[in-house]
Design a protein around this ligand. Structure first.
Ligand SMILES: Nc1ncnc2c1ncn2[C@@H]1O[C@H](COP(=O)(O)OP(=O)(O)O)[C@@H](O)[C@H]1O
Ligand SMILES: [Mg+2]
Length: 336
């Protein structure tokens, strides 16, 4: 378990003092994949780098499995850090070393015998699917392959925590999916806690169990991923969600509509068709479906339906009340 308590990180430069993280408290459970999203400059890297003390917090505590890292230094800190692996946006591989040696380097730092190192490196490369690349140099690898080396290196010492700082931000969408699948597998097979920061909500949707949204050094919203997607509270969170759940209606459709255009959201097993057909049986209105989409988040469906209702004003209002009762969310986008 990772407990972050009242963490603050300030950067003091000659001219100014910049607050990177402003009083963040967060508990991340063992075996969980926890996402932190926010725009550039929100303080995500400052926060994640505080977890392994790559940045020393100005104030506050970072407690991992009961050990307060902020109380440690030197050898004791280095020992605890072996339990925390990290991967980076630009991979941070050593270009003059082969794939094998990049991974072995992490183990040498942990003082193991050459035979033990060789065995472990081959095992790690097998796990990330790079056995055939062990003797090549990073320059000969694709971005996705480089990140696989980064992952193998990060896992070398059997960490209990893996920190990912924009680990897929330099990769194309297909490669991103493959790397996210690998991270998912690592989390499942080894029970490693993963903390992942990203500016892409799509990544959170694919991978995370819980998510926190950061803005100006603070966490402004936090919750399980399905709940945050289905019912975001803060404006910024809504913005991030829209990048995944977005829909576009041709503007003439809205302009020329003689009825009410509504957005209905269905959560989990609430069947959208049933609600609409029941509605039409009980209310003298017409319903015209303009757009429909179902996203699966954590394997639970989240459906969005855009419907145009036509009829007289009272009937439309009664229909809206009915839908409101039967679904989790209704919004009127346009009234004729
Ligand atoms: N080494 C540093 N020195 C001075 N300011 C920094 C340093 N690192 C980050 N910052 C500042 O801290 C704030 C948060 O940055 P960062 O943690 O990198 O955000 P993010 O990862 O969300 O883009 C920004 O205003 C950034 O300019
Ligand atoms: Mg960053």
């Amino acid at each position: 378990m990772i407990e972050i308590r009242s963490l603050r990180k300030e950067y003091i430069t000659k001219k100014s003092r910049v607050v990177g993280v402003d009083d963040v408290s967060l508990t991340i459970q063992k075996g969980e994949i926890f996402g932190i999203v926010g725009y550039s400059g929100a303080g995500k890297s400052s926060l994640i780098r505080s977890i392994n003390l790559l940045e020393r917090p100005t104030k506050g505590q970072v407690i991992i499995d009961g050990v307060d890292l902020t109380k440690l230094s030197g050898k004791a800190l280095r020992k605890q850090r072996l339990k925390i692996g990290m991967i980076f946006q630009h991979f941070s591989l050593i270009s003059s070393k082969t794939v094998f040696d990049n991974v072995a380097f992490a183990l040498k730092a942990a003082h193991q015998s050459p035979e033990a190192i060789r065995k472990r490196v081959l095992e790690l490369l097998e796990m990330v699917g790079l056995s055939d690349k062990k003797d090549v140099y990073p320059a000969q690898l694709s971005g996705g392959q480089k990140q696989r080396v980064g992952i193998a290196r990060a896992l070398a010492n059997n960490p209990t925590v893996l920190l990912c700082d924009e680990a897929t931000s330099a990769l194309d969408p297909t490669t991103t999916k493959a790397i996210l699948q690998l991270l998912k597998k690592i989390n499942k097979e080894f029970g490693i806690t993963i903390v992942l920061i990203t500016h892409e909500m799509e990544v959170v949707k694919e991978l995370c169990h819980r998510v926190a949204v950061m803005q100006d050094g603070r966490i402004i919203e936090e919750g399980d991923v399905y709940g945050v997607f289905a019912q975001p509270k803060q404006a910024l969170t809504k913005q991030f969600i829209e990048s995944v759940l977005d829909f576009e209606l041709p503007s003439h459709l809205i302009r020329e509509s003689k009825g009410s255009i509504i957005k209905i959201q269905f959560e989990g097993q609430l069947a959208s068709e049933a609600v609409l057909s029941d509605l039409l049986q009980e209310h003298p209105v017409k319903a015209n479906i303009l757009h429909g989409k179902i996203e699966y988040i954590q394997n639970i469906p989240l459906g969005i339906l855009i419907v145009e209702l036509t009829g007289n004003t009272n009937d439309i209002q009664a229909a809206l009340d009915y839908i409101n009762k039967r679904t989790s969310y209704v919004e009127v986008i346009h009234h004729a």
